[in-house]
Ligand binder design. Structure first.
Ligand SMILES: C[S@@+](CC[C@H](N)C(=O)[O-])C[C@H]1O[C@@H](n2cnc3c(N)ncnc32)[C@H](O)[C@@H]1O
Ligand code: FES
Length: 451
């Protein structure tokens, strides 16, 4: 029994470059076009749209199957989506021009494809070829480096509404030949388009990477470009056991990009955390290392009763002040310059927040912060840690394990920690009730309450 009136399976299989596949023939665009049409026509509740792997008809891709009829479509283009949705999914009439009815030819092609694939795999196995997965992991830095350099040079803004390699080279004060090579690679990565000599931004890069666009995130993304330099020290860091300071990390640009990078993540998460913690009875909040102030801003907006205090380093305070005043909550959010490892926290808080903080510090430093936070809390107050939480054996989840490496190259003694570790520090610091609150996304909350 089908729970939906129609179920569409669109093949989005990726294959090595040069091998025919639905992905290389544009199935992602087909999927997006179908999704848009289905939504636009209000069919979301009747139609289930699912991606699937290779069906063995790769030369005829992008391939799609529609159930319950079991109608096989081939060579589907994004421009076909309106007709497929209006004619097949609304009127129940499959599109003859795209349907492939020749079951025996399809079966023969699929069997032949399967046989070729098995033979190719066996030949690779025999020859000792490095598996694609390992190869891709080893070369994974190449696309990343191209887009980071493009962001550093502000190439997407230089391309603007259209420019050739020479114009881009002049605008970014760089060599035209080298710019041309990078521009070509960016096209191959789907980050630019090229017609004749002219490069253009894609809708995505125009929206997220170009200065002047409402959703431009370049400043925050430059933080990733900055930490690349730290990651380059990883081999030596593992030998030495601690991070190797780099000069760039003490510049005002680095700090501005860092806080913008933090704000990019925190602004959407902050309302989730306010919802998870609730605002009832929450009057005074201490936001340790508040950065862009997103969490204090969200509390202030959610409750006129909430008074928040952000403690952050002196060089960050002017940035925090600007974010808070732009959000229009300066009356409810005060900002104090200081060092949370040494300065007094004050007292009488209902919540002390440590959002994305504990990973910067060692076990001993965190335990000390937790102890001082407990003393700063009013009766029944809560210490809230938000972070990437490792599994007990510290081998996952992957984002938490990789973030731990980010802290290894970026801090004296920071790391990602497990729930067991956070809970044991909270208990040792005198918190009676400790709970983990799972949140959508990569980080969770560990909440400790005092009596
Ligand atoms: C990873 S960011 C998190 C910012 C914010 N809590 C968020 O989640 O968006 C770490 C913050 O802690 C601040 N910080 C680092 N060391 C600190 C210290 N010793 N005392 C006070 N703040 C510190 C940084 O300046 C930065 O704003
Ligand atoms: S890649 Fe889609 S059918 Fe093979």
């Amino acid at each position: 029994m089908e729970p939906f009136r129609f179920h569409l399976f669109v093949c989005t299989q990726q294959k090595p470059e040069g091998v025919p596949s639905c992905a290389s023939k544009g199935s992602a665009e087909v999927l997006a076009a179908l999704e848009r049409e289905i939504q636009a026509r209000g069919l979301d509740n009747d139609v289930q749209l699912t991606t699937c792997g290779c069906m063995g008809l790769c030369d005829e891709g992008p391939v799609m199957v529609v159930y319950p009829e079991g109608a096989w479509y081939r060579r589907v283009q994004p421009s076909d989506a309106p007709e497929i949705v209006s004619q097949h999914l609304r009127e129940g009439k499959p599109l003859d021009r795209l349907i492939w009815n020749d079951a025996s030819a399809m079966k023969a092609m699929s069997i032949e494809h399967g046989e070729h694939f098995r033979q190719a795999m066996a030949a690779r196995e025999k020859a000792g070829t490095l598996p694609d997965r390992l190869n891709e992991m080893i070369r994974g830095f190449m696309p990343s480096r191209c887009v980071l350099t493009a962001l550093e040079l502000d190439i997407f803004t230089a391309v603007g509404d259209g420019a050739n390699a020479e114009q881009v080279g002049t605008r970014i004060h760089a060599n035209a030949r080298a710019a041309g090579i990078l521009l070509g690679a960016l096209v191959s990565l789907g980050l630019l388009a090229k017609t004749g000599d002219e490069y253009k931004n894609t809708p995505e890069t125009a929206r997220f990477f170009v200065q002047g666009s409402k959703d431009n995130q370049r400043n925050g993304l430059l933080h990733s470009a900055n930490i690349w330099h730290r990651w380059s020290t990883l081999t030596e860091v593992v030998r030495r056991g601690t991070h190797i300071p780099i000069d760039a990390a003490s510049t005002p640009e680095w700090t501005t990009n860092f806080i913008a990078g933090m704000q990019r993540n925190s602004k959407d998460r902050a309302p989730l955390i306010v919802k998870a913690l609730g605002t009832t009875g929450v009057r005074r909040i201490l936001d340790l290392g508040g950065g862009s102030g997103s969490y204090s801003i969200a509390f202030a907006k959610a409750s006129p009763e909430a008074q928040c205090e952000i403690l952050d380093l002196p060089e960050v305070v002017p940035l925090t002040t600007e974010y808070v005043s732009k959000a229009g909550v300066a009356e409810q959010v005060s900002i104090r310059a200081g060092d949370m490892l040494h300065d007094d926290f004050g007292s009488g808080y209902d919540i002390v927040m440590l959002n994305a903080i504990c990973h910067m510090f060692s076990e001993e430093q965190n335990l000390d912060i937790f102890r001082r936070a407990r003393k700063a809390l009013a009766p029944n107050g809560r210490l809230v840690v938000q972070d990437f939480i490792l599994n007990p054996d510290k081998t996952g989840l992957q984002h938490a394990a990789l973030f731990s490496v980010n802290m290894l190259v970026g801090t004296d003694a920071g790391a990602s920690y497990s729930e067991v570790e956070y809970a044991s520090w909270m208990k040792a610091a005198g918190f009676t009730e400790v709970n983990r609150i799972k949140l959508p996304g990569p980080s969770d909350l560990i909440v400790g309450r005092v009596k």
